[in-house]
Each structure stands twice: as C-alpha cells, then as structure tokens.
Design a protein around this ligand. Sequence first.
Ligand SMILES: Nc1ncnc2c1ncn2[C@@H]1O[C@H](COP(=O)(O)OP(=O)(O)OP(=O)(O)O)[C@@H](O)[C@H]1O
Length: 294
Amino acid sequence: MLRLDGVDRSFGGRRVLQNVSFDAEAGRMTGFVGGNGAGKTTTMRIILGVLAADAGQVTWRGAPLTRAARRRFGYMPEERGLYPKMAVREQLIYLARLHGVTAPAAVRSTDTLLERVGLADRGHDLLEKLSLGNQQRAQIVAALVSDPEVLVLDEPFSGLDPLAVDTVVDVLKERATQGVPVLFSSHQLDVVERLCDDLVIISAGTIRAAGSRTQLRATYTAPRYELVVDNDAGWLRDHPGVTLVELEGARAVFELSRGADEQPVLHAALARGPVRGFRPVVPSLAEIFREVAL
Ligand SMILES: Nc1ncnc2c1ncn2[C@@H]1O[C@H](COP(=O)(O)OP(=O)(O)OP(=O)(O)O)[C@@H](O)[C@H]1O
C-alpha cells in the first residue's frame, strides 16, 4: 500500500498541508477530492518526489520512497508532461524506455494503449496538433505506458468527453484489478462516485475524511428516506426525530436522527392513508463532500 504519514508542507511561511495521512491501497481506486487550493496537487507532487515534505513521510510497501521506487510509479502531473513539438507515439515509447522498459515492450505497450484510448491513427502527429481532449488521452497513456506499480493522476478526467471518460475509467479499473493502487484527484464528483472504491477528502490542507464510500456515508450522513403518500406530507415536520430535507406536496425526503427507527414513521404515514413509496435514499458523494469539506 502507498501510505502518507503526517505530511506537512509550507510555502513562504504559509502552511498548505498539515499532518496529511492516508492510504491508497493496492487494487483499489482512491478518489482524492477537495476544493480549489485544498492541497491535492501539492500532496501528489510530494508523493512523486517533485516537492519535498517539510515533515512526515511517504512509504510504498512499508519502505520510504526512493528514486528507484518512484521510477516504477506512473504520474500524470497537473502541468502535464508531454512535449508539444514531438510526435505522440515516438515520445510515449521514449518515456517508457526512460522508465526502464525494453524497446519491444515499450512499442507494444504504446500501441496497445493508443488503440485503447482511440488514438491509434494519431500516433505520428505532433502532440500540439491534437485537440485538447486528445492531448489529454495521450497524457493518460504516458502515465500508463511503463506498466507502473502505482498510479498517481492529477485530474485525469478534466477535458475528456463522456465517452473518453468511460474508456479511461475502464483502463484504470483494469490496472486496479491487477493490484495497482490508483490515486486520482478530480473535481467531477459524479465520476469519482462512479469510479472510486475509497475516498480521501481534503480541505484547507487537512484530511477531513478517508475511507470506503460506504464507511463515509455511514459516518458523515444521517439515514435518509423518501416517503410518497396521497396527500400533503407536511405533517412529517412535527414527527419526533425527523428533519425534512425536501417536501413537494405528497413526496418528502427526510433524515432521521441517529439511532431513530424508521418504522414508526411508516406506521404514522399508514395511519393517515395509503403509502405509495417508502425507501432509504443513499446520499450522493456531493452531499458527503458538502458535509465534510465545507
Ligand atoms: N509553488 C508554490 N508556491 C506557493 N504557494 C503554492 C505553491 N504551490 C501551491 N501553493 C499553494 O498551496 C495551496 C494548495 O495548492 P494545490 O495546488 O496543492 O491545491 P489543489 O487542491 O490541487 O487545488 P486545485 O484543485 O485548484 O488544483 C494553494 O493555496 C496554493 O496557492
């Protein structure tokens, strides 16, 4: 597992990371989310050794990271890394070689990945001739081409159309299935929700929550239910333990205080007339994020 333990970092006396600790586990997709300036890129740069931490450490498989270990990492930096004036396929092969991949394997890996992301026929173009979305696809190939042991990706989905997002999601999930920890940052909470097994939420340089989606839901949001009746459901407002979240006439979404049982609410509804729907509502990641990070 990739582990950050007590990482601090300041710029010019301003602390931007404070005691940052979390794990990205082998074989799991870990979404790293936080608002603008929260500290995601700085954290990823420290993992890759592009920046040094002031305190704390990053370990991989229990050992502090060395330059040799980091060569086996795949990194997609925020500033992206490919050369605009070099042909796409040529530089991807070159990059794989830099990471110690043999020439035939570098060619094979480049061609397979270009095909996967729909760029097989653009390999001979200069990177700058590609549309921004296609450049982004090439950057993703760059992170994957050396068949890395660990993947650290800064906003890998930004600028991709929905079909390209799906393709990249598939490729990343495949890597995770092969045992690679995949740590990626994203502002697209719907994509993170669909994709990640684990979540790390950072705000103002501090980790606010980390764990599996199910754990975070259980920890940070109260149980929620939807009730649909025939008449106005406004009476719920006065029911003990209930907080109304939404009310549209006969349909209501409500939260129950912790430890409260939902059955008395159902009985109360039935006592007033027919109940057309009653079901638990799973809070979205955006709601968890609002609860934890803001
Ligand atoms: N080289 C630097 N010098 C000074 N301040 C920096 C430097 N790099 C980052 N910072 C500051 O550190 C804080 C965290 O920035 P960082 O880029 O890590 O956030 P982020 O979560 O990736 O944000 P975004 O989602 O906007 O990309 C910000 O306040 C930023 O201004």
